[in-house]
Design a protein around this ligand. Structure first.
Ligand SMILES: C[S@@+](CC[C@H](N)C(=O)[O-])C[C@H]1O[C@@H](n2cnc3c(N)ncnc32)[C@H](O)[C@@H]1O
Length: 199
């Protein structure tokens, strides 16, 4: 994990400059289908916020919810702090979250899930901090093959960080205590909603 953290610490400085100029518009489009789900939220956890580009948009989408964003890399969070001085930011690893069980009713992983070193363990941890009936959103506005090819091209500690196929994700979600509500594994995008089972 130290090599992954070091990689993202180094990337923090240039991450925003690498993003497309229409990034905000793309993020809005990404969240749009989940408007109702976010509007009803009371406590939202964003995992792998990076420089925090999603934070202001999540605040707009879930205006009354408590909102916490975590990331492995301190350098990323320093930039998120500049963007959103009032945000609740925590340096933490998705596999060991410093929150009691059932703290959140929404968990969002945007462009982060491929980097989880132990996906079954990370999903179990996300299920732990979600209340029963709460929803996990895994969001990418690129297709799986594109995402995986980008990581392979970059290489180093993220070279093998891949998104699983939709079928594999269904299996992983079920094993971690989620009911898969929506899975889109298309050429254009990769999106999933898993609902934390109540039983
Ligand atoms: C590709 S960046 C995406 C950042 C942001 N979500 C965005 O789309 O601009 C992935 C982020 O996930 C973070 N990350 C990777 N593995 C993590 C883990 N196990 N726990 C928490 N954050 C993690 C990295 O530090 C990095 O900031």
């Amino acid at each position: 994990m130290d090599d992954l953290r070091a990689f993202f610490e180094r990337l923090a400085e240039e991450w925003d400059a690498q993003q497309p100029p229409d990034r905000e518009e793309r993020l809005r489009r990404l969240l749009e289908p989940f408007g109702d789900l976010l509007q009803q939220a009371q406590a939202v956890l964003e995992v792998g916020t990076g420089t925090g580009a999603l934070i202001p948009l999540l605040r707009e989408s879930a205006p009354t919810a408590r909102q916490v964003s975590v990331d492995l890399a301190h350098g990323m969070l320093q930039r998120a702090r500049k963007r959103s001085p009032e945000a609740w930011l925590v340096q933490a690893d998705a596999h060991y979250l410093p929150f009691p069980p059932a703290t959140f009713d929404r968990v969002i992983c945007h462009n982060t899930f491929p980097h989880f070193r132990d996906k079954p363990a990370a999903l179990a941890e996300l299920a732990r901090v979600l209340c029963p009936g709460g929803c996990l959103l895994i969001l990418h506005d690129l297709g799986r093959e594109q995402v995986n090819a980008i990581h392979q091209g970059v290489g180093g500690p993220i070279g093998n960080d891949g998104l699983p196929s939709g079928d594999e994700l269904v299996y992983l979600l079920q094993a971690a205590g989620f009911s898969p509500l929506e899975i889109e594994d298309s050429a254009e995008r990769y999106r999933a909603i898993g609902q934390r089972r109540t039983g």
